[in-house]
Design a protein. Sequence first.
Length: 346
Amino acid sequence: MTLKALSLFAGAGGMDVGVTNAGFNVILASEMDPHACNTYRGNHPNTIMIEGDINNNINEITQLKGIDIVIGGPPCQGFSVAGKMDASDPRSKLVFSYCEVVEKINPKAFIMENVKALGSLTKFEKVRQEIFKRMEAAGYQVTMNILNAKDFGVPQSRERVFFIGVKKDFKPITSKNFEQFKKEAITLRKAIAHLGRAGSKNNPNITNAKITLAKKPILRKSPYAGMLFNGQGRPLNPDAWSSTLPASMGGNRTPIIDENQLYDNQTSWVEGYHRKIMISQATNEYKEAPSRLRRLTIDEAAILQTFPTTYKFSGSQSKIFSQIGNAVPCKLAEVVARTVKQSLLK
């Protein structure tokens, strides 16, 4: 049985890939960013795309009938620790635009994704209460679930909150429902090393943002934490999973890879540098970062978000990085969608 889905704030379609793989048919998608819309259309030709501000298109969107589930991740800048964390940010109000569509469409279920902070910080308690109040009044059993992508086979530590509602005829979703899908994440090395070095045939999209050493590094116990370099791009450990990929990649917030460590199994330059400055605090002897260090490429970032290798992105490099960083990891979305589907079919 194929269930019908409506996708709001669809972005480049990461969540939609997972939901489709879980057996849903995404009938219509809504997105404002023109570059993300182009990417979406190119990869989801059978889905109707409504481009523009959702608040200008609610009447058109809510004409749909027979929708089983509404999915989507309203913009998170107002809630994100990477932003100003302002609940009064106009973008923060878009969670209620999402609620309005659900109220009017009246599907069997909904999945609303956002940054962990919306689900965990006291300052957003009123926002959470309003989501629960409105959706419960609309006839849904609502649960809030904070999930980490790395617990479900995604090679990236990425915590997100999922507000999941099902009508009262169905069994509500709890954290126990996700246990069956848990799977150890593969390492960065296993995930991306097959592409080859940046600039090679299978990994052609070099990220040119320069890597410079911080004059006053912020040190942590792990060399892969803290701030050893200027900007917020942190080095990645090939033998662990990636840290969270931000939507601001492309410049000095793009994660850093040691190619000699990744491809030649050489000793990590970052770990050696970290050891020395932890002991002496002296950074003057290091004039610049070695050429073996470089930024993550868009092809690697797409893999770490578990997009299909055939997925094609539209726009400039910075726009593509933004689309990738804003996405829900496809495999995580699939897990959530499969969990809800089990409830709907039972």
